[in-house]
Ligand binder design. Sequence first.
Ligand SMILES: *[C@@H]1O[C@H](CO)[C@@H](O)[C@H](O)[C@H]1NC(C)=O
Ligand SMILES: *[C@@H]1O[C@H](CO)[C@@H](O)[C@H](O)[C@H]1NC(C)=O
Ligand SMILES: *[C@@H]1O[C@H](CO)[C@@H](O)[C@H](O)[C@H]1NC(C)=O
Ligand SMILES: *[C@@H]1O[C@H](CO)[C@@H](O)[C@H](O)[C@H]1NC(C)=O
Ligand SMILES: *[C@@H]1O[C@H](CO)[C@@H](O)[C@H](O)[C@H]1NC(C)=O
Ligand SMILES: *[C@@H]1O[C@H](CO)[C@@H](O)[C@H](O)[C@H]1NC(C)=O
Ligand SMILES: *[C@@H]1O[C@H](CO)[C@@H](O)[C@H](O)[C@H]1NC(C)=O
Ligand SMILES: *[C@@H]1O[C@H](CO)[C@@H](O)[C@H](O)[C@H]1NC(C)=O
Ligand SMILES: *[C@@H]1O[C@H](CO)[C@@H](O)[C@H](O)[C@H]1NC(C)=O
Ligand SMILES: *[C@@H]1O[C@H](CO)[C@@H](O)[C@H](O)[C@H]1NC(C)=O
Ligand SMILES: *[C@@H]1O[C@H](CO)[C@@H](O)[C@H](O)[C@H]1NC(C)=O
Ligand SMILES: *[C@@H]1O[C@H](CO)[C@@H](O)[C@H](O)[C@H]1NC(C)=O
Ligand SMILES: [Cu+2]
Length: 566
Amino acid sequence: MKQLFLQLVGFLLVLFCCLLPSTHATIHHPRYVVKEANFTRLCKSKSIWTVNGEFPGPTLYVEEGDTILVTIVNQGPQNITIHWHGVKQIRYPWSDGPEYITQCPIQPGANFSQRIVLSDEIGTLWWHAHSDWSRATVHGALVVKPKNGTTYPFPKPQADVPIIIAEWFRADVQAILEDFLRRGGDPNVSDAYTINGQPGVLYPCSETDVFKISVEQGKTYLIRMVNAVMNNIMFFSVAKHQLTVVGADGAYLKPFNTSYIAIAPGQTMDFLLFANQNPDHYCMASKPYQSLLQIQFDNTTTTAVVEYVGNYTASSPPLIPRLPVVNDTMAVFNYTSSLRSLASKDHPVDVPKNVTKNLFFTLAINSLPCPDSSCDGPNGSRFAASVSNLSWVEPQISILQAYYNNIAGVYNASFPRFPELFFNFTSQFVPIEFQLPRQTTEVKVLEYNSSVELILQGTNVVGGIDHPMHLHGHSFYVVGEGLGNFNKTTDPLRYNLVDPPYMNTFVVPRSGWAAIRFIANNPGVWLLHCHFERHITWGMEMVFIVKNGPGSSETILPPPPDMPPC
Ligand SMILES: *[C@@H]1O[C@H](CO)[C@@H](O)[C@H](O)[C@H]1NC(C)=O
Ligand SMILES: *[C@@H]1O[C@H](CO)[C@@H](O)[C@H](O)[C@H]1NC(C)=O
Ligand SMILES: *[C@@H]1O[C@H](CO)[C@@H](O)[C@H](O)[C@H]1NC(C)=O
Ligand SMILES: *[C@@H]1O[C@H](CO)[C@@H](O)[C@H](O)[C@H]1NC(C)=O
Ligand SMILES: *[C@@H]1O[C@H](CO)[C@@H](O)[C@H](O)[C@H]1NC(C)=O
Ligand SMILES: *[C@@H]1O[C@H](CO)[C@@H](O)[C@H](O)[C@H]1NC(C)=O
Ligand SMILES: *[C@@H]1O[C@H](CO)[C@@H](O)[C@H](O)[C@H]1NC(C)=O
Ligand SMILES: *[C@@H]1O[C@H](CO)[C@@H](O)[C@H](O)[C@H]1NC(C)=O
Ligand SMILES: *[C@@H]1O[C@H](CO)[C@@H](O)[C@H](O)[C@H]1NC(C)=O
Ligand SMILES: *[C@@H]1O[C@H](CO)[C@@H](O)[C@H](O)[C@H]1NC(C)=O
Ligand SMILES: *[C@@H]1O[C@H](CO)[C@@H](O)[C@H](O)[C@H]1NC(C)=O
Ligand SMILES: *[C@@H]1O[C@H](CO)[C@@H](O)[C@H](O)[C@H]1NC(C)=O
Ligand SMILES: [Cu+2]
């Protein structure tokens, strides 16, 4: 009954939206047609995967609490799935999207209607492909506006400006994926970063490939930023303008002023740009943060332009902002420690205080033996990655399908609460015997309503680096983070249980740790993974199964009839 009702609401919404006059501020895109399209960037025309022929894909505007039906039509040559990043999908894991976790891929020529169930999310989220490396170009913003009758907890902006930072590869992304899997080394790096699909003037042959926004002096603009980059945390800033951060990952924050943003792949940041400078043209710029300078990475800078309207002679070229240096770890740490939940009467926090499930997971880059030591990883080995030394092996059917239908032999339910081995995780040199992971498909089962504290500990096995960890199906409170090894006696004393940020993706710093808390109150099958694409490809992922609760409204709803088959 409930399902039918929700579906009806979804249909009505879609119909309603289609009938809106075109002057209305919100547009729904109920059909996402995945197809190839050609784009010319950096002097080269290239066929990429898109949704509706757009790069980045269409922005979907919805309201708090909406349920939306989106039909995915696969007109491309390859399997695909779409994930609604940051949407909790309460009781409805069927639409979450990660391939072989909650669904089988949508095969070429097939369609799948996904029901997007919003609950407490507000602000900016996004959607992206969650199969192989298609998300490089298959992504877009999902903007959740306050309910009719409610307002922002900050001055109403003149306009909303979604800004998606992404990576542009001259080569075919699928070829890069296959190439690095074959070689066992690091993937080839991108050739440019883009702001809303445009690289900006600092690249060869891109004078006109520049994203621009025009602003009126004295007005305020809400920038809704998404980091859709594959493998890098990014810095961003606007010349001569202070920014006021007001939200992240679909939740409000206590406003704070900053001259730069630090944003990890998977995260969103909402911030206000006050057009309070002399009428002129000002650059926005974004470039990577990289804590491990020994590896290859794309060290270029993308720019876009803020143009004040009016009759004046603009500086030429526009001023480029200063950004923190590429390895400025303190700049990232300072920024992330400024994130605090709004915690107001209208937007209270509910930080779990009585933890019933303590978990401790380690994150590592590993290496696997390679025949004749002929791979491109350390000493001729093949790179891998793991959570608690377990490197994820993709099953043949989805974990959700296996769990829901009691199909044995697809996964084991013995993911450990603590790693088997404790050692000095952040020691500069970790003994070589710790490099070999166990390759397996292990899930952790959680009782409904468990109050979970999870410590994510970075390690220096093979090479320490930051890991932006993303949890599906829940947001979590980041109650602490630090450098070195987590100390279970002293570190909890410094937890923020008053106004910690409520995130779905958080960076575990290099040689450091993060402590997160959440209530496992969303029955389903939920992926936890690093949002660096090369790390998830190497196996840095695990799955939580949250069991049904006792109540009739605490169980997984039945699957839709058109679930893609394997
Ligand atoms: C893209 O360009 C190539 C080469 O010019 C062409 O063969 C192909 O049909 C184009 N694809 C699309 C989707 O337009
Ligand atoms: C998918 O949708 C398209 C366009 O509506 C339709 O032509 C096609 O028959 C559908 N395919 C399947 C397998 O349902
Ligand atoms: C918002 O609610 C008011 C009062 O209930 C109604 O008149 C108005 O049409 C609504 N606006 C939208 C965009 O739904
Ligand atoms: C990756 O880079 C290497 C070295 O530059 C090059 O030989 C190879 O063709 C590249 N692979 C792809 C898929 O572009
Ligand atoms: C990255 O580029 C900047 C110039 O934008 C340069 O100063 C810096 O040395 C480069 N760093 C690395 C590690 O390549
Ligand atoms: C812009 O300003 C210049 C110099 O003040 C003036 O000559 C010109 O007419 C103005 N143009 C417009 C469109 O107002
Ligand atoms: C950044 O790298 C440079 C060059 O390797 C080094 O001198 C500097 O100390 C590093 N800065 C930080 C903050 O790590
Ligand atoms: C980090 O914050 C501290 C204290 O507010 C400040 O002294 C320092 O300059 C900041 N560093 C960076 C890189 O922003
Ligand atoms: C904490 O949770 C446990 C297990 O659910 C329960 O027995 C205990 O009463 C709770 N304590 C508080 C202070 O809520
Ligand atoms: C762990 O290794 C780090 C870095 O080498 C070192 O500073 C720290 O003292 C070590 N901790 C212990 C408990 O040995
Ligand atoms: C945690 O910190 C306390 C106090 O500094 C220290 O006595 C203890 O050895 C530390 N524990 C670990 C595991 O490092
Ligand atoms: C596409 O998905 C189907 C169903 O899971 C699978 O059998 C097939 O191997 C996949 N194709 C590729 C190229 O991965
Ligand atoms: Cu990672």
